[in-house]
Design a protein around this ligand. Structure first.
Ligand SMILES: NC(=O)c1ccc[n+]([C@@H]2O[C@H](COP(=O)([O-])OP(=O)(O)OC[C@H]3O[C@@H](n4cnc5c(N)ncnc54)[C@H](OP(=O)(O)O)[C@@H]3O)[C@@H](O)[C@H]2O)c1
Length: 310
């Protein structure tokens, strides 16, 4: 099969479009014909070798941990899907990914894709929508009537977080440059803050939760806007300082997304009901993954980038 692989860590130029072995589905796995693969910052972080201490990958590696496609065959004992089913997934980050014509995925990591989306849009959903869902509801415990501050609200995670928090009945404040403010309002954001001209801590106070997608200085400045007993949920390590949180009377959690087919099914229902929308910033052919990585690494993407495989 054709795939994008890298044989050594490095810049976008290490990505090679080449022949790779077609995977065999092991027991409990499903072979999926990939139609589209979503791009996420973790893809180029892994390509750069940023995570090699944590995850020593055998190289060459196929990157890409977001996909939409069609079930080709079931491995031994896999029964949840039939050949021809349209599925989407955030497959295991520890294995070969989805920048390829085929991928073998554990069946519990797959869900039926939203019926109202084509594969390009469906591939943009799983990783970031699951991250937003788990950060807001599992880690943050957001409920109706609360106020949430979402950093990088126009990005991949932020775009879903704004919509999901709004759907839950929370008041949503988001940070983005001014060019994204109309976009944020279209997602249900109640207050958009231009981080290039306004320090958010000057205009926000007593929020119930901050979703930290930035770390660094943004996280450091976020403590002061959280109400006593509120929570900062970050999706970037190293984790927040427990002492800092305790000294301010707030809670803090570092959180890493996990595959969850039941949550992916709920997200598909929200999409099919027209409650959650998917914005594509750019689509690249599979062979052009290097340009997709360059665009993602600018940190200026609105919504998502995807690779078209079929
Ligand atoms: N722990 C986990 O499980 C997990 C899961 C998913 C993602 N992540 C990580 O979370 C981070 C965000 O991921 P993502 O996919 O959402 O990234 P992304 O889509 O690349 O984010 C791009 C967005 O960041 C905004 N931005 C840049 N600088 C900003 C600033 N100073 N303040 C506010 N917004 C700013 C940009 O808006 P403007 O163009 O308006 O500036 C742009 O819309 C990445 O580092 C990713 O690796 C972690």
């Amino acid at each position: 099969m054709k795939a994008i692989r890298f044989h050594e860590y490095g810049g976008p130029e290490v990505l090679r479009y080449e022949d790779a072995p077609k995977p065999e589905p092991a027991p409990g796995e499903v072979l999926v014909r990939v139609h589209a693969a979503g791009i996420n910052p973790v893809d180029w972080k892994i390509r750069q070798g940023y995570m090699k201490a944590m995850r020593p990958y055998p190289l060459p590696l196929i990157p890409g941990w977001d996909l939409s496609g069609v079930v080709e065959t079931n491995g031994p004992g896999a029964t949840r899907f039939q050949p021809g089913d349209g599925v989407y997934s955030r497959p295991d980050l520890g294995r070969n990914g989805a920048y390829a014509e085929y991928i073998a995925v554990r069946e519990e990591e797959l869900a039926v894709k939203p019926k109202t989306l084509d594969h390009l849009h469906a591939a943009a959903v799983p990783l970031t929508a699951l991250t937003a869902w788990q950060a807001l509801f599992d880690a943050g415990g957001v409920t109706a009537g609360q106020t949430v501050l979402i950093h990088a609200a126009a990005g991949g995670v932020g775009s879903f977080a704004v919509q999901l928090a709004h759907w839950r009945g929370a008041r949503v404040i988001g940070t983005a440059s001014a060019r994204n403010h109309e976009y944020l309002k279209s997602l249900g954001c109640d207050q958009a803050i231009d981080y290039t001209t306004t320090r958010f801590e000057d205009v926000v106070r007593d929020v119930d939760m901050v979703l930290d997608t930035m770390s660094g200085e943004t996280r450091a400045r976020s403590w002061s806007v959280i109400r006593k007993g509120g929570i900062l949920v970050t999706i970037l390590g190293p984790g927040p300082s427990e002492e800092e949180a305790a000294s301010r009377g707030v809670r803090a959690a570092l959180f890493l997304v996990r595959a969850d087919a039941a949550q992916l099914s709920e997200i598909a229902q929200l999409i099919d009901a027209g409650i959650v929308k998917v914005h594509l910033d750019a689509v690249f052919p599979l062979a052009d993954a290097a340009h997709a990585h360059e665009l993602s690494a600018t940190n200026r993407v609105r919504g998502k980038i995807v690779l078209k495989v079929v």
